[in-house]
Write a protein that binds this ligand. Sequence first.
Ligand SMILES: *[C@@H]1O[C@H](CO)[C@@H](O)[C@H](O)[C@H]1NC(C)=O
Ligand SMILES: [Cu+2]
Length: 510
Amino acid sequence: MEIKNKLCLVVLVFSVLLAVSSGVDYKEKDPELRQCQHQCQHLRGADEQQKQICEQRCDDYIKQKKQEEKQRRGEGGGTSFYGYDEDQEQYQGQQRQQQQYDQNPYFFEDQDFETIVETDQGRVQILQKFTEKSDLLRGIQNFRIGSLITNPHSFVAPHHLDADCVCFVFQGRPTISMVRGEKRESHNLERGDILRVPAGTPVYIINRDENEKLFIVKLLRPVSLPDQFEAFFGGGGENPESIFRAFSPEVLQAAFKAGRDELQRLFGQQRQGSIMKASREQIQKMSHSSGGAEKIWPFHGDEPFSTSTKSGPFNLFKKRPSQSNQHGHLFEADFNDYKQLEELDIQISFANITRGSMVAPHFNSKSTKISFVLDGEGFFEMACPHLASQESSQRQQQPQRRSSSPSYQNVRGDLRRGTVFIVPAGHPVTAIASRNSNLQILCFEVNAKDNVKIPLTGKSNVVSQFEREAKELAFGVPVKEVDRIFNKQQDQFFFEGPNNQQQGRMWSVV
Ligand SMILES: *[C@@H]1O[C@H](CO)[C@@H](O)[C@H](O)[C@H]1NC(C)=O
Ligand SMILES: [Cu+2]
Protein backbone atom coordinates (compact mmCIF):
# COMPACT_ATOMS: atom_id res chain seq x y z
CA MET A 1 0.00 0.00 0.00
CA GLU A 2 2.68 2.38 1.14
CA ILE A 3 4.91 1.51 -1.79
CA LYS A 4 2.10 1.73 -4.27
CA ASN A 5 1.27 5.20 -3.03
CA LYS A 6 4.83 6.35 -3.51
CA LEU A 7 4.93 4.92 -6.98
CA CYS A 8 1.77 6.78 -7.85
CA LEU A 9 3.34 9.94 -6.58
CA VAL A 10 6.48 9.46 -8.64
CA VAL A 11 4.41 8.85 -11.75
CA LEU A 12 2.38 11.90 -10.97
CA VAL A 13 5.44 14.07 -10.48
CA PHE A 14 6.90 12.94 -13.74
CA SER A 15 3.76 13.58 -15.67
CA VAL A 16 3.58 17.05 -14.14
CA LEU A 17 7.16 17.72 -15.16
CA LEU A 18 6.52 16.42 -18.61
CA ALA A 19 3.44 18.57 -19.00
CA VAL A 20 5.37 21.58 -17.83
CA SER A 21 8.36 20.93 -20.04
CA SER A 22 6.39 20.71 -23.24
CA GLY A 23 5.55 23.90 -24.97
CA VAL A 24 6.78 26.27 -22.31
CA ASP A 25 9.09 29.01 -23.42
CA TYR A 26 12.59 28.48 -22.05
CA LYS A 27 13.09 32.12 -21.39
CA GLU A 28 10.23 32.20 -18.88
CA LYS A 29 12.35 30.54 -16.21
CA ASP A 30 10.88 31.76 -13.02
CA PRO A 31 7.23 31.44 -14.00
CA GLU A 32 7.94 27.90 -15.07
CA LEU A 33 9.45 27.02 -11.76
CA ARG A 34 6.58 28.69 -9.99
CA GLN A 35 4.05 26.75 -12.01
CA CYS A 36 5.80 23.46 -11.38
CA GLN A 37 5.98 24.09 -7.68
CA HIS A 38 2.44 25.32 -7.57
CA GLN A 39 1.31 21.98 -8.92
CA CYS A 40 3.30 20.25 -6.21
CA GLN A 41 1.28 22.09 -3.62
CA HIS A 42 -1.89 20.69 -5.10
CA LEU A 43 -0.79 17.08 -5.38
CA ARG A 44 -3.65 15.01 -4.11
CA GLY A 45 -3.02 12.98 -0.97
CA ALA A 46 0.58 14.15 -0.70
CA ASP A 47 1.83 15.09 2.73
CA GLU A 48 4.10 18.05 3.45
CA GLN A 49 7.28 16.09 2.97
CA GLN A 50 6.19 14.66 -0.35
CA LYS A 51 5.27 18.13 -1.53
CA GLN A 52 8.71 19.31 -0.59
CA ILE A 53 10.35 16.50 -2.49
CA CYS A 54 8.22 17.40 -5.47
CA GLU A 55 9.29 21.03 -5.24
CA GLN A 56 12.92 19.99 -5.00
CA ARG A 57 12.50 17.94 -8.17
CA CYS A 58 11.04 20.98 -9.92
CA ASP A 59 14.04 22.96 -8.84
CA ASP A 60 16.54 20.36 -10.04
CA TYR A 61 14.69 19.96 -13.27
CA ILE A 62 14.70 23.68 -14.06
CA LYS A 63 18.35 23.95 -13.12
CA GLN A 64 19.28 21.16 -15.46
CA LYS A 65 17.30 22.75 -18.22
CA LYS A 66 19.03 26.08 -17.69
CA GLN A 67 22.34 24.26 -17.88
CA GLU A 68 21.39 22.66 -21.17
CA GLU A 69 20.26 25.99 -22.47
CA LYS A 70 23.59 27.49 -21.55
CA GLN A 71 25.37 24.77 -23.52
CA ARG A 72 23.16 25.38 -26.48
CA ARG A 73 24.00 29.06 -26.38
CA GLY A 74 27.70 28.22 -26.17
CA GLU A 75 27.24 26.12 -29.31
CA GLY A 76 25.60 28.96 -31.18
CA GLY A 77 28.05 31.52 -29.89
CA GLY A 78 30.50 31.60 -32.75
CA THR A 79 32.48 28.49 -31.92
CA SER A 80 32.73 27.57 -35.57
CA PHE A 81 34.54 30.82 -36.12
CA TYR A 82 37.34 29.54 -33.95
CA GLY A 83 37.35 26.20 -35.70
CA TYR A 84 35.82 24.05 -33.00
CA ASP A 85 33.55 22.43 -35.56
CA GLU A 86 36.60 21.04 -37.30
CA ASP A 87 37.79 19.33 -34.18
CA GLN A 88 35.02 17.31 -32.66
CA GLU A 89 37.21 16.28 -29.77
CA GLN A 90 37.89 19.81 -28.77
CA TYR A 91 34.31 20.80 -29.26
CA GLN A 92 33.12 18.13 -26.87
CA GLY A 93 35.66 19.44 -24.42
CA GLN A 94 34.00 22.79 -24.78
CA GLN A 95 30.66 21.27 -23.84
CA ARG A 96 32.09 19.65 -20.78
CA GLN A 97 33.60 22.96 -19.78
CA GLN A 98 30.17 24.46 -19.73
CA GLN A 99 29.01 21.74 -17.38
CA GLN A 100 31.83 22.63 -15.07
CA TYR A 101 30.69 26.19 -15.06
CA ASP A 102 29.47 25.91 -11.48
CA GLN A 103 32.83 24.62 -10.33
CA ASN A 104 34.79 27.47 -11.82
CA PRO A 105 37.74 27.68 -9.40
CA TYR A 106 38.46 31.31 -10.27
CA PHE A 107 35.04 32.67 -9.42
CA PHE A 108 33.42 33.40 -6.06
CA GLU A 109 29.90 34.43 -5.11
CA ASP A 110 27.94 35.35 -1.98
CA GLN A 111 27.92 31.85 -0.57
CA ASP A 112 31.73 31.69 -0.67
CA PHE A 113 31.96 34.47 1.92
CA GLU A 114 31.88 33.84 5.63
CA THR A 115 30.27 36.46 7.84
CA ILE A 116 32.67 36.75 10.76
CA VAL A 117 31.01 39.74 12.45
CA GLU A 118 27.36 40.67 12.30
CA THR A 119 25.54 43.20 14.47
CA ASP A 120 22.51 45.37 13.83
CA GLN A 121 24.94 48.11 12.74
CA GLY A 122 27.05 46.25 10.23
CA ARG A 123 29.02 43.19 9.23
CA VAL A 124 32.41 41.88 8.18
CA GLN A 125 32.59 39.22 5.49
CA ILE A 126 35.69 37.31 4.50
CA LEU A 127 36.07 35.16 1.43
CA GLN A 128 36.97 31.53 2.01
CA LYS A 129 40.64 30.59 1.72
CA PHE A 130 41.64 30.56 -1.92
CA THR A 131 43.18 27.10 -1.66
CA GLU A 132 39.94 25.73 -0.22
CA LYS A 133 38.41 26.42 -3.60
CA SER A 134 41.23 25.07 -5.72
CA ASP A 135 44.89 24.16 -5.66
CA LEU A 136 45.28 26.36 -8.71
CA LEU A 137 45.08 29.36 -6.38
CA ARG A 138 48.14 28.37 -4.31
CA GLY A 139 49.98 31.39 -5.68
CA ILE A 140 47.78 33.76 -3.67
CA GLN A 141 47.20 31.55 -0.65
CA ASN A 142 48.77 34.08 1.70
CA PHE A 143 46.10 36.64 0.94
CA ARG A 144 42.49 36.94 2.04
CA ILE A 145 39.88 39.35 0.77
CA GLY A 146 36.76 40.68 2.47
CA SER A 147 34.52 43.64 3.12
CA LEU A 148 33.25 45.82 5.93
CA ILE A 149 29.76 47.30 5.67
CA THR A 150 28.37 49.53 8.41
CA ASN A 151 25.46 51.89 8.93
CA PRO A 152 25.71 55.68 8.93
CA HIS A 153 27.09 57.04 12.22
CA SER A 154 28.47 53.75 13.45
CA PHE A 155 31.59 52.77 15.38
CA VAL A 156 33.80 49.73 14.89
CA ALA A 157 35.32 48.78 18.26
CA PRO A 158 39.09 49.07 18.78
CA HIS A 159 40.95 45.96 17.72
CA HIS A 160 44.08 44.77 16.03
CA LEU A 161 44.57 42.00 13.49
CA ASP A 162 47.47 39.61 13.06
CA ALA A 163 47.40 40.57 9.39
CA ASP A 164 48.48 43.44 7.20
CA CYS A 165 45.44 45.11 5.74
CA VAL A 166 44.89 47.38 2.75
CA CYS A 167 41.53 49.14 2.80
CA PHE A 168 39.74 50.67 -0.17
CA VAL A 169 36.80 52.99 0.51
CA PHE A 170 34.03 52.70 -2.05
CA GLN A 171 31.15 54.23 -0.15
CA GLY A 172 30.63 56.24 3.03
CA ARG A 173 33.05 58.55 4.84
CA PRO A 174 35.11 56.70 7.39
CA THR A 175 37.57 58.10 9.88
CA ILE A 176 40.15 55.46 10.63
CA SER A 177 42.18 55.99 13.79
CA MET A 178 45.38 54.05 14.33
CA VAL A 179 47.64 54.05 17.34
CA ARG A 180 51.25 54.04 16.31
CA GLY A 181 53.80 54.16 19.05
CA GLU A 182 53.07 57.08 21.32
CA LYS A 183 50.62 58.85 19.09
CA ARG A 184 47.33 58.43 17.37
CA GLU A 185 46.73 59.14 13.69
CA SER A 186 43.18 59.77 12.54
CA HIS A 187 42.52 59.82 8.82
CA ASN A 188 39.35 61.27 7.37
CA LEU A 189 38.76 59.15 4.29
CA GLU A 190 36.44 59.37 1.34
CA ARG A 191 35.51 57.42 -1.81
CA GLY A 192 38.59 56.16 -3.62
CA ASP A 193 40.96 56.33 -0.65
CA ILE A 194 43.44 53.55 -0.06
CA LEU A 195 44.87 53.10 3.42
CA ARG A 196 47.19 50.45 4.74
CA VAL A 197 46.72 49.38 8.32
CA PRO A 198 49.92 47.54 9.26
CA ALA A 199 49.60 44.23 11.11
CA GLY A 200 49.06 44.59 14.83
CA THR A 201 48.06 48.25 14.69
CA PRO A 202 45.31 49.09 17.19
CA VAL A 203 42.57 50.65 15.09
CA TYR A 204 39.00 51.88 15.35
CA ILE A 205 36.70 53.21 12.67
CA ILE A 206 33.68 55.45 12.46
CA ASN A 207 31.41 56.15 9.53
CA ARG A 208 30.93 59.88 9.82
CA ASP A 209 28.38 59.98 7.01
CA GLU A 210 24.87 60.60 8.21
CA ASN A 211 23.06 58.95 5.32
CA GLU A 212 25.35 56.66 3.41
CA LYS A 213 26.46 53.20 4.47
CA LEU A 214 30.16 52.52 4.72
CA PHE A 215 31.54 50.00 2.24
CA ILE A 216 35.22 49.12 2.50
CA VAL A 217 37.00 46.32 0.63
CA LYS A 218 39.94 44.80 2.48
CA LEU A 219 42.89 42.82 1.26
CA LEU A 220 44.56 41.00 4.13
CA ARG A 221 47.90 39.28 4.45
CA PRO A 222 48.14 37.29 7.67
CA VAL A 223 51.52 37.49 9.40
CA SER A 224 51.40 34.59 11.80
CA LEU A 225 49.55 31.75 10.10
CA PRO A 226 49.86 31.93 6.32
CA ASP A 227 46.17 32.04 5.45
CA GLN A 228 44.40 32.72 8.71
CA PHE A 229 44.02 35.80 10.88
CA GLU A 230 42.18 36.82 14.01
CA ALA A 231 40.84 40.02 15.51
CA PHE A 232 41.83 41.01 19.04
CA PHE A 233 39.41 43.42 20.72
CA GLY A 234 40.93 45.78 23.22
CA GLY A 235 37.75 47.32 24.64
CA GLY A 236 35.79 46.22 27.69
CA GLY A 237 33.22 43.51 28.20
CA GLU A 238 31.79 40.52 26.50
CA ASN A 239 30.67 40.46 22.84
CA PRO A 240 33.08 41.34 21.51
CA GLU A 241 35.09 39.44 24.04
CA SER A 242 37.82 41.66 25.43
CA ILE A 243 41.39 40.39 25.24
CA PHE A 244 41.74 41.28 28.93
CA ARG A 245 39.19 38.69 29.94
CA ALA A 246 41.51 35.86 29.05
CA PHE A 247 43.82 36.70 31.94
CA SER A 248 43.27 35.44 35.46
CA PRO A 249 41.87 37.93 38.01
CA GLU A 250 45.09 37.96 40.10
CA VAL A 251 47.16 38.80 37.07
CA LEU A 252 44.76 41.55 35.98
CA GLN A 253 44.60 43.03 39.47
CA ALA A 254 48.35 43.27 39.53
CA ALA A 255 48.63 44.52 35.97
CA PHE A 256 46.09 47.29 36.57
CA LYS A 257 46.89 47.76 40.24
CA ALA A 258 43.12 47.72 40.66
CA GLY A 259 40.54 45.84 42.70
CA ARG A 260 38.56 42.84 41.59
CA ASP A 261 35.20 44.65 41.68
CA GLU A 262 36.18 47.62 39.59
CA LEU A 263 37.75 45.31 37.02
CA GLN A 264 34.58 43.27 37.01
CA ARG A 265 32.59 46.44 36.24
CA LEU A 266 34.88 47.36 33.37
CA PHE A 267 35.25 43.97 31.75
CA GLY A 268 32.14 42.13 32.91
CA GLN A 269 29.40 43.85 30.90
CA GLN A 270 27.49 42.47 27.94
CA ARG A 271 28.03 44.66 24.87
CA GLN A 272 26.07 45.00 21.65
CA GLY A 273 28.76 43.56 19.42
CA SER A 274 31.82 45.06 17.79
CA ILE A 275 29.97 47.37 15.38
CA MET A 276 27.71 49.77 17.26
CA LYS A 277 25.76 52.99 16.91
CA ALA A 278 27.48 56.25 17.81
CA SER A 279 25.72 59.52 18.60
CA ARG A 280 25.95 62.53 16.34
CA GLU A 281 27.98 64.29 18.96
CA GLN A 282 30.44 61.43 19.35
CA ILE A 283 30.85 61.25 15.59
CA GLN A 284 31.47 64.98 15.37
CA LYS A 285 34.10 64.86 18.10
CA MET A 286 35.88 61.98 16.44
CA SER A 287 35.81 63.53 12.96
CA HIS A 288 37.75 66.61 13.98
CA SER A 289 41.10 67.39 15.40
CA SER A 290 40.76 68.37 19.02
CA GLY A 291 44.32 69.61 19.40
CA GLY A 292 46.80 68.36 21.95
CA ALA A 293 49.12 65.59 20.95
CA GLU A 294 46.76 64.28 18.31
CA LYS A 295 47.43 64.63 14.67
CA ILE A 296 44.78 64.68 12.03
CA TRP A 297 45.80 64.42 8.42
CA PRO A 298 42.99 65.12 6.07
CA PHE A 299 45.54 65.62 3.31
CA HIS A 300 46.08 63.09 0.64
CA GLY A 301 49.40 61.53 -0.09
CA ASP A 302 52.25 62.67 2.06
CA GLU A 303 51.22 64.82 4.94
CA PRO A 304 53.03 68.13 4.89
CA PHE A 305 54.14 68.16 8.51
CA SER A 306 56.31 65.16 8.72
CA THR A 307 58.48 63.32 6.31
CA SER A 308 59.23 60.43 8.61
CA THR A 309 55.82 58.77 8.59
CA LYS A 310 54.04 58.20 5.33
CA SER A 311 51.04 56.52 6.72
CA GLY A 312 48.29 58.71 5.28
CA PRO A 313 45.86 57.57 2.60
CA PHE A 314 46.16 57.81 -1.16
CA ASN A 315 43.17 58.61 -3.33
CA LEU A 316 42.97 56.52 -6.47
CA PHE A 317 40.47 58.80 -8.20
CA LYS A 318 42.50 61.96 -7.76
CA LYS A 319 45.14 60.55 -10.03
CA ARG A 320 44.79 60.80 -13.81
CA PRO A 321 43.39 57.57 -15.23
CA SER A 322 46.03 55.50 -17.02
CA GLN A 323 43.48 54.49 -19.66
CA SER A 324 40.47 56.53 -20.57
CA ASN A 325 37.92 56.85 -23.34
CA GLN A 326 34.15 56.81 -23.71
CA HIS A 327 34.11 53.06 -23.05
CA GLY A 328 35.79 53.19 -19.68
CA HIS A 329 38.41 54.46 -17.28
CA LEU A 330 41.25 52.67 -15.55
CA PHE A 331 42.84 54.09 -12.39
CA GLU A 332 46.01 52.53 -11.08
CA ALA A 333 48.15 53.07 -8.00
CA ASP A 334 51.46 51.37 -7.39
CA PHE A 335 54.11 51.88 -4.74
CA ASN A 336 55.38 55.02 -6.49
CA ASP A 337 52.01 56.57 -5.69
CA TYR A 338 51.59 54.96 -2.31
CA LYS A 339 54.77 53.80 -0.67
CA GLN A 340 52.89 51.52 1.71
CA LEU A 341 52.12 49.12 -1.13
CA GLU A 342 55.78 48.32 -1.68
CA GLU A 343 56.24 45.95 1.23
CA LEU A 344 53.16 43.97 0.25
CA ASP A 345 54.24 44.04 -3.40
CA ILE A 346 50.77 44.89 -4.63
CA GLN A 347 49.23 47.36 -7.04
CA ILE A 348 45.63 48.54 -6.87
CA SER A 349 43.52 49.36 -9.88
CA PHE A 350 39.95 50.34 -10.51
CA ALA A 351 38.19 49.78 -13.81
CA ASN A 352 34.98 51.65 -14.55
CA ILE A 353 33.65 49.95 -17.68
CA THR A 354 30.90 51.90 -19.39
CA ARG A 355 27.61 50.07 -19.88
CA GLY A 356 27.72 47.94 -23.02
CA SER A 357 31.51 48.22 -23.25
CA MET A 358 34.39 45.86 -22.62
CA VAL A 359 38.01 45.70 -21.50
CA ALA A 360 40.53 44.66 -24.15
CA PRO A 361 41.60 41.04 -23.86
CA HIS A 362 44.96 41.36 -22.12
CA PHE A 363 47.18 39.64 -19.64
CA ASN A 364 49.46 40.63 -16.78
CA SER A 365 53.07 39.59 -17.13
CA LYS A 366 53.71 38.88 -13.44
CA SER A 367 50.74 39.80 -11.30
CA THR A 368 47.87 37.65 -10.23
CA LYS A 369 44.78 39.78 -10.02
CA ILE A 370 42.19 39.49 -7.25
CA SER A 371 39.15 41.34 -8.57
CA PHE A 372 36.21 42.46 -6.47
CA VAL A 373 33.11 43.71 -8.30
CA LEU A 374 31.86 46.85 -6.59
CA ASP A 375 28.92 47.70 -8.78
CA GLY A 376 27.12 46.82 -12.00
CA GLU A 377 26.66 43.62 -13.94
CA GLY A 378 28.41 41.80 -16.73
CA PHE A 379 30.70 38.84 -17.18
CA PHE A 380 34.35 37.92 -17.57
CA GLU A 381 36.04 35.42 -19.84
CA MET A 382 39.50 33.99 -19.38
CA ALA A 383 41.68 31.47 -21.18
CA CYS A 384 43.13 28.83 -18.84
CA PRO A 385 45.42 25.98 -19.88
CA HIS A 386 45.29 24.39 -16.42
CA LEU A 387 41.61 23.53 -16.54
CA ALA A 388 41.84 22.34 -20.11
CA SER A 389 44.60 19.89 -19.21
CA GLN A 390 42.73 18.65 -16.12
CA GLU A 391 39.79 18.01 -18.39
CA SER A 392 41.68 15.96 -20.90
CA SER A 393 43.57 13.93 -18.30
CA GLN A 394 40.26 13.00 -16.72
CA ARG A 395 38.82 12.09 -20.04
CA GLN A 396 41.64 9.95 -21.32
CA GLN A 397 41.82 6.73 -19.38
CA GLN A 398 44.89 5.40 -21.13
CA PRO A 399 47.44 7.82 -22.50
CA GLN A 400 46.48 8.78 -26.02
CA ARG A 401 48.30 10.97 -28.48
CA ARG A 402 49.83 13.71 -26.42
CA SER A 403 49.14 16.89 -28.27
CA SER A 404 52.25 18.97 -28.65
CA SER A 405 50.68 22.25 -27.56
CA PRO A 406 48.38 23.18 -24.73
CA SER A 407 44.71 23.87 -25.16
CA TYR A 408 42.79 26.54 -23.33
CA GLN A 409 39.53 26.43 -21.53
CA ASN A 410 37.11 29.28 -21.64
CA VAL A 411 36.55 30.23 -18.00
CA ARG A 412 33.60 32.46 -17.49
CA GLY A 413 31.54 33.97 -14.71
CA ASP A 414 28.59 36.30 -14.31
CA LEU A 415 29.61 39.42 -12.45
CA ARG A 416 27.58 41.53 -10.07
CA ARG A 417 28.21 43.43 -6.85
CA GLY A 418 30.14 41.31 -4.38
CA THR A 419 31.47 38.67 -6.78
CA VAL A 420 35.21 38.01 -6.84
CA PHE A 421 37.28 36.55 -9.66
CA ILE A 422 40.93 35.64 -9.91
CA VAL A 423 43.14 36.11 -12.94
CA PRO A 424 46.49 34.36 -12.64
CA ALA A 425 49.59 35.84 -14.28
CA GLY A 426 49.85 35.25 -18.00
CA HIS A 427 46.17 34.34 -18.39
CA PRO A 428 44.36 36.36 -21.09
CA VAL A 429 41.18 37.90 -19.72
CA THR A 430 38.43 40.32 -20.64
CA ALA A 431 35.43 41.76 -18.80
CA ILE A 432 32.22 42.97 -20.38
CA ALA A 433 29.68 45.35 -18.85
CA SER A 434 25.97 44.72 -19.32
CA ARG A 435 23.88 47.24 -21.21
CA ASN A 436 22.14 48.27 -18.02
CA SER A 437 24.92 49.65 -15.89
CA ASN A 438 28.59 50.47 -15.65
CA LEU A 439 30.70 47.61 -14.35
CA GLN A 440 33.02 48.84 -11.58
CA ILE A 441 35.79 46.49 -10.53
CA LEU A 442 38.48 46.89 -7.90
CA CYS A 443 41.63 44.84 -8.48
CA PHE A 444 44.43 43.96 -6.11
CA GLU A 445 47.36 42.90 -8.23
CA VAL A 446 49.63 40.68 -6.22
CA ASN A 447 53.29 40.30 -7.19
CA ALA A 448 53.24 43.76 -8.73
CA LYS A 449 56.87 44.76 -9.07
CA ASP A 450 57.87 45.10 -12.75
CA ASN A 451 54.48 43.83 -13.90
CA VAL A 452 53.23 44.99 -17.30
CA LYS A 453 49.76 44.77 -18.80
CA ILE A 454 49.89 43.41 -22.33
CA PRO A 455 46.91 44.13 -24.59
CA LEU A 456 46.06 41.48 -27.19
CA THR A 457 43.80 43.63 -29.33
CA GLY A 458 43.20 47.30 -29.99
CA LYS A 459 45.71 50.10 -30.26
CA SER A 460 49.26 49.05 -29.25
CA ASN A 461 48.35 45.37 -29.18
CA VAL A 462 51.22 42.96 -28.83
CA VAL A 463 51.07 41.62 -32.39
CA SER A 464 51.54 45.09 -33.86
CA GLN A 465 55.09 44.97 -32.45
CA PHE A 466 56.01 41.81 -34.38
CA GLU A 467 58.17 41.96 -37.50
CA ARG A 468 56.29 41.34 -40.74
CA GLU A 469 57.95 37.94 -41.25
CA ALA A 470 57.03 36.92 -37.72
CA LYS A 471 53.45 37.93 -38.35
CA GLU A 472 53.31 35.86 -41.53
CA LEU A 473 54.89 32.84 -39.90
CA ALA A 474 52.74 33.10 -36.78
CA PHE A 475 49.42 33.43 -38.56
CA GLY A 476 50.10 31.66 -41.83
CA VAL A 477 48.47 34.38 -43.93
CA PRO A 478 49.93 37.38 -45.77
CA VAL A 479 51.04 40.16 -43.46
CA LYS A 480 48.51 42.53 -45.02
CA GLU A 481 45.73 40.34 -43.77
CA VAL A 482 47.19 40.18 -40.26
CA ASP A 483 47.61 43.93 -40.14
CA ARG A 484 44.16 44.54 -41.52
CA ILE A 485 42.53 42.57 -38.72
CA PHE A 486 44.78 43.77 -35.92
CA ASN A 487 44.44 47.41 -36.97
CA LYS A 488 40.67 47.43 -37.17
CA GLN A 489 40.06 48.07 -33.51
CA GLN A 490 41.47 51.56 -33.07
CA ASP A 491 40.44 52.14 -29.47
CA GLN A 492 42.81 51.46 -26.65
CA PHE A 493 42.04 49.18 -23.71
CA PHE A 494 38.29 49.91 -23.52
CA PHE A 495 36.07 49.03 -26.49
CA GLU A 496 32.48 48.90 -27.52
CA GLY A 497 31.18 45.55 -26.24
CA PRO A 498 29.60 42.63 -28.06
CA ASN A 499 26.18 43.67 -29.32
CA ASN A 500 24.30 40.42 -28.97
CA GLN A 501 24.29 40.77 -25.23
CA GLN A 502 20.66 41.52 -24.68
CA GLN A 503 19.44 38.49 -26.47
CA GLY A 504 22.01 36.33 -24.71
CA ARG A 505 20.87 37.24 -21.19
CA MET A 506 24.16 35.86 -19.97
CA TRP A 507 24.14 37.56 -16.62
CA SER A 508 21.52 36.28 -14.33
CA VAL A 509 20.29 39.52 -12.87
CA VAL A 510 18.41 38.73 -9.71
C1 LIG B 1 31.93 55.24 -13.07
O1 LIG B 1 31.31 55.86 -14.15
C2 LIG B 1 29.99 56.30 -13.91
C3 LIG B 1 29.44 56.86 -15.21
O2 LIG B 1 30.33 57.75 -15.81
C4 LIG B 1 29.98 57.32 -12.80
O3 LIG B 1 28.67 57.72 -12.51
C5 LIG B 1 30.61 56.71 -11.55
O4 LIG B 1 30.69 57.66 -10.53
C6 LIG B 1 32.00 56.20 -11.89
N1 LIG B 1 32.54 55.56 -10.71
C7 LIG B 1 33.56 56.04 -10.04
C8 LIG B 1 33.94 55.30 -8.82
O5 LIG B 1 34.19 57.02 -10.40
CU1 LIG C 1 45.04 28.42 -15.69
